[in-house]
Design a protein around this ligand. Sequence first.
Ligand code: NAD
Ligand code: ZN
Length: 250
Amino acid sequence: MILAEDILDGLSSARNVVALTGAGISSESGVPTFRGANGLWSKLKPEELANFDAFLKNPELVSEWYKHRREITRVAKPNAAHFALVEMEKMFRHFTLVTQNIDNLHRRAGSTNIAELHGNIERNYCLGCQRRYDGEDFDKNGSFRCVDCGSLIRPDIVWFGEMLPSSQWEIAENAAENAEVMYVIGTSAVVYPAAQLPMDVKRNGGLIIEINMERTPISELADASIQGSASEILKEIIVKIKEKISEESI
Ligand code: NAD
Ligand code: ZN
């Protein structure tokens, strides 16, 4: 991986840094991306399951699909890319992790300053009385109906056609507004409004560093578009930044 000297300067001297992550950062943990999904659910399109109408029409099917996804994320472990972002949180004065993932792996890795744009698959709530059903006990009970009021329990995630949680979106927008650097990692960058954030950074003169296995709509905009796995590339970038900082302090 080669980074131009002026870009490396920018990465090393930045105080306000943001990482925007998508499903690709968790693929090395064994959590399938939507496009790479295989197995039992491969014939079903996520867009056709991950929306409120689909849930009301066939709550058992949609609930089973989320139960299946929770089983995958629970056995998955954070990978080196998640841990690299924990390290970055310590390296920069202000570091915000904005994720489109719902798998909870960033939190489990140890990142703390996180905006979860699409919710979290470990949380659920009752549509009738809002009672919360978080963590593993929900699946152990085996029912998708509320024990208090009998209404359906839904995952606390953002489905297609739904608004993002405003508190999380505000954190993301503020961070993007002030960012000198944004790393865009493992996202196909087509899902709005998250895909808007790199454009905000660019407009304010910040650097965009894309890390992805393939080119995406962000690649054109990026100051560096690095093709490769998130874990390998992030580790290399951290080494280069540390080298640069220690060179300068000699
Ligand atoms: P996506 O599935 O559309 O795209 C994944 C991207 O990651 C692709 O561009 C792919 O080239 C890249 N990628 C795959 N493996 C990689 C690796 N090892 N290193 C670097 N890049 C890699 O995902 P998206 O853009 O996040 O959008 C889909 C939506 O689905 C999002 O809302 C996301 O939250 C949700 N989703 C989440 C999960 C999860 O929580 N783990 C899984 C599937 C889908
Ligand atoms: Zn209820």
